[in-house]
Design a protein around this ligand. Structure first.
Ligand code: NAP
Length: 678
């Protein structure tokens, strides 16, 4: 079977013969791959001119809904991906991480995009910055989607997750993707890509797939494109230096190899829960995906006194893991993805072993329903580096397979020094019940790590584990790990957008980004804003209320109702030496009384009070002070319609509470649910 690419709106099959891809278990051919004949310049233009243009017609919410529909569609087809995934050497559990982990990322972004981004095509980043004394010149940042294409170059180990975890934030941002999977396992990516295209969920031009070499694609990129790369540091560094990338300052995000550490606490002696959890995690990370995970534990840092016990425990656990054909009963570890990987991992392992002892030999495991000659098998290999501050091979060399090196430490400082010898990693983990120890390790190693996982007996049950990048949390690492950043929730959407600092008059800013900004013009109408339907409310609609004088009785009654008898409200004899001059009203009374002033009580379009943001009590309100409110519509956002519910939207109101001298005493943003006329 020849793999097809999907470029410039159609499936393309190269007429040239290509590279043969083999089943990792049996060694038999699975597919042939070649991209020869593709016009890469045209594909890139098509992404920009058709895909980007089409995606820009939609909002973040629309595009997030596309991801949800896509996730549902792919989930309904998952069995066929599982079936083909066996050919990559993956066990059912490995495939679950790849396939359902990938689809889960789509779901996660589908939900975050709608909850955390506006129903717009731009995003306001951060607060208003005051740039002038009188407030006529202010600043704010906005992010807008780039106008180019997102080129995603992926590693072979997660053919599905690798594609989807990068696709999700790109599509939410509004950028079309050109996906280039690693050739070795591209047949699985291609299978899912066929469904993505067949589903018709993404607009035309939003998705392209290149099976085979990327040809001269990267030499046509411009400043509106983004290139993300996952793979070896060697390839990453080479691609980063592509002249078009350098000349046009193209964003290049690199996720490269990483010598992650996992550390056992000084107190976690054999027999403790943390010791057992640690041994289990090391074994899990060595055997899941046969150790071909960028986040796998490569360096095991252990108190010197426990290293022998730990070695025994790991070896006992590894001995119970059945290695072989992933489709055979009870097999928990499959082969590497290809025969070349076996040679590569063996060579790297031998380099590390030059200064480390082998605790378990390569290829000493019996295989179930498979053989070493046909399949790409490599049995778990445990090494011991007795002098980790001197022997640096285990900190410098990545064997991308089931190879892990144990190394002893004596003190916390030494443990930190050893951890940092990885020169920048994706992840480190600490297994300890001593939170002071954990804190010291975090403070000592965080600058060298993109993620730190802190596990003890209390968190272990629900922990997502050392090796799992979560869509909500940043994935990436400094230094050797590539210096890139992916995932991390909405942060990764921003990688596909341009952040622009806007500076101007508040009225101009309000007109540009559709959020009322203090100092911008407002409009007052006869009709109370709470009598207006969602569609009728305009940004900047304002109401100045009548006034209310605060009395002793108000404060005493509020103390009784709330149970808040703080001395400044209830004991006027205790004020000497405090910041208060007189009996002061509760802040919550002030905001409640403010609501009493601005709320229109009759039944109408306002369905409910939805919440309160950014509440500040700015000045004390004393007995005898008179308060009043300026209520201004800040912004509004239509909510998705739900069956059985009144169609509505959320309106945010700026609430300024002032006193008789027009000094501001409180500030808040309140949210109301307002019915739509329709
Ligand atoms: P690789 O050989 O560096 O290849 C990575 C990707 O780059 C593949 O898609 C490859 O395509 C492509 N590529 C190679 N030369 C290219 C060129 N001239 N132009 C455009 N694309 C090119 O890495 P790998 O063997 O697939 O993956 C294993 C490595 O990836 C390990 O070192 C591992 O640590 C690292 N990794 C890191 C992460 C992370 O998140 N940090 C995740 C997974 C893996 P072809 O396959 O067609 O050559």
């Amino acid at each position: 079977m020849k793999l097809k690419s999907y470029v410039s709106g159609q499936w393309f099959e190269s007429s040239n013969s290509g590279q043969i891809l083999y089943n990792a278990v049996t060694g038999s051919p699975v597919a042939e791959i070649s991209s020869n004949g593709i016009d890469f310049k045209d594909a890139l233009e098509y992404a920009r001119k058709v895909g980007n243009k089409n995606l820009r017609k939609y909002t973040f919410h629309d595009r997030s809904r596309m991801l949800k529909a896509l996730a549902q569609f792919l989930m309904s087809n998952k069995e066929k991906y599982y079936n083909l995934s066996y050919a990559t050497g993956a066990t059912k559990m490995d495939s679950w991480i790849d396939i359902e982990g990938g689809i889960g990322t789509l779901y996660s972004y589908a939900s975050k995009g709608r909850r955390e981004l506006p129903n717009e095509n731009f995003y306001i980043d951060g607060n208003l910055e005051h740039l002038s004394k009188n407030g006529t010149f202010q600043g704010r940042h906005i992010c807008v989607p780039l106008e180019g294409a997102a080129i995603h170059i992926n590693a072979f180990n997660f053919p599905i997750w690798g594609m989807l975890e990068k696709l999700a934030p790109s599509i939410v941002a509004g950028m079309p993707v050109i996906i280039k999977p690693a050739s070795l396992t591209a047949y699985l990516t291609e299978l899912m890509a066929q469904d993505i295209i067949a589903s018709g969920i993404l607009p035309e031009g939003a998705f392209q797939l290149i099976c085979g070499s990327a040809g001269d694609l990267l030499s046509h990129v411009n400043c509106q494109d983004v290139v993300t790369f996952t793979g070896s540091a060697y390839t990453g560094k080479k691609l980063k230096q592509t002249p078009a990338i350098l000349d046009n300052s193209v964003r290049f995000n690199m996720e490269a190899d990483s010598l992650n550490f996992s550390m056992l606490g000084l107190e976690a002696k054999p027999g403790t829960a943390e010791f057992d959890l640690f041994a289990k995690e090391v074994v899990r990370e060595m055997t899941v995906k046969a150790g071909q995970k960028c986040t796998a534990i490569r360096r095991v840092i252990v108190p010197e006194a426990y290293i022998e016990d730990l070695g025994i425990s790991i070896k006992e656990k590894l001995a119970k893991i059945k290695l072989g054909n992933p489709q055979s009963e009870g097999v928990r570890m499959g082969p590497l993805a290809g025969r070349e990987q076996v040679d590569e991992v063996k060579a790297r392992m031998n380099e590390i072993a030059a200064t480390s002892k082998k605790m378990m030999e390569w290829n000493d495991s019996k295989l179930s329903d498979a053989d070493y000659e046909s399949g790409a098998f490599f049995s778990p290999t445990l090494l011991l580096n007795e002098n980790p501050l001197v022997n640096l091979e285990s900190h410098n060399i990545e064997a991308f397979g089931p190879v892990t090196t144990m190394m002893p430490y004596k003190t916390i400082d030494e443990a930190i020094e050893i951890a940092k010898l990885g020169k920048g990693s994706l992840v480190g983990s600490v297994f300890s019940a001593d939170n002071n120890f954990v804190r010291e390790i975090v403070m000592g190693t965080a600058t060298y790590h993109g993620r730190l996982v802190l596990i003890n007996a209390d968190s272990a049950g629900e922990s997502t584990g050392h090796g799992s990048p979560m869509p909500q949390m940043t994935h990436g690492g400094p230094g050797r790990a590539g210096g890139g950043e992916e995932l991390g929730g909405i942060r990764s959407v921003m990688h596909y957008m341009q952040r622009t600092a806007l500076q101007g008059h508040p009225t101009t800013l309000t007109a540009v980004y559709k959020e009322w900004t203090k100092g911008a013009t407002k409009q007052e109408h006869d009709k109370h804003p709470f009598r207006k339907y969602f569609e009728e409310i305009q940004i900047g609609d304002t109401l100045e209320t009548h006034r209310r004088t605060v009395t002793d009785a108000d404060i005493v009654n509020f103390a009784g109702i709330s149970g808040d008898f703080f001395y400044a409200h209830t004991d006027v004899t205790s004020l000497e030496g405090t910041i208060f001059e007189k009996r002061v009203a509760h802040g919550y009374f002030v905001i409640s009384a403010a609501a009493g002033l601005f709320v229109d009580p009759k039944k109408g379009p306002v369905l409910a009070n939805y919440g309160l943001d950014e509440l500040r009590f700015i000045k004390p309100v004393y007995t005898g002070d008179t308060i009043w409110v300026k209520l201004t519509c800040k912004n509004k956002e239509q909510k998705e319609d739900r069956e059985g519910e009144t169609p509505c939207g959320v309106v945010k109101w700026d609430v300024e509470v002032l006193n008789q001298n027009s000094e501001q005493v409180a500030q808040a943003t309140i949210l109301t649910l307002v019915a739509r006329k329709g």
